[in-house]
Ligand binder design. Sequence first.
Ligand code: AMP
Length: 299
Amino acid sequence: MSILVIGSVALDSVETPFGKRDDILGGSATFFSITASFFNKVNIVATVGEDFPKQYVTLLKNKKIGLDGLTVSKGKTFRWKGRYDFDLNTAHTISTHLNVFKDFDPCVPEHLRKPEFLFLANIDPDLQYKVLQQVKRPKLVACDSMNYWITTKKRSLERLLKKVDILLLNDAEARQFSGESNLIKAAQRVISYGPKAVVIKRGEYGVIYFSKNAHFIAPAYLLEKIYDPTGAGDTFAGGMVGYISRAKTINETTIRKGIIYGSIMASFTVEDFSVNRLLRISQRDIESRFNHFKKITKF
Ligand code: AMP
């Protein structure tokens, strides 16, 4: 079972109440693929600039992530600069420089055109659409987006949603996209655009999953120390899609379990800057947190 992801591979500059880092490895496809690689083979479709550090390419290679679809374009790598205050649930974007993504025309390599699972990680919805059009219909198409694209490319996002099975958004984005403040109504509105289900991420308050006839609520794994929430959403998606890709069938039970794995994986990412914590964990760490999660939510 293979997973294909299109999204950003970026250099982030991040400031939180606990520290500041410049030009560290980031990007939606980066967090997603490193996380999903704990579960399955992942291939990336993205582009970086000539300034993208070689050590980051090596890092992705060491995680056995397929890079045949990662091109180097003339120009600078995508850059995102953000800040978090003590309310770590809200990212304040200081700047977004699309750079090489501005003229990126994704071409999925021939041998990657039959993925069983496709994740359209946060990037220009027109690029997500182009990739979707180049592949044979996967078993599952999941998609993420953010306020930046909802503001600048809502129409493109609406066109894309007709072909998406599960949409992931945070609560503010769900409200912005739907124009509804109540999350049940927001989810129903999102589903009316095409997705079979929507996962609304609520940071430290966990996630709510809505499908046409059911919903499921999961808390976040409680942590004493959170250093940098950047990438939590993409990591969540990596854990969720990664787990589902290993299950024999896709049904409500496997989706729910995927949501818990997503929450567990995100709980690691926020414990350090960039992907640093993800690089230090093992399968045992994941399973031990998963089992602890089971214990603390049983009643
Ligand atoms: P999240 O999981 O929502 O915290 O995503 C954080 C990652 O999204 C960062 O590493 C950024 O590089 C990336 N990012 C921020 N803005 C955008 C954007 N407009 N398009 C694509 N990726 C972005």
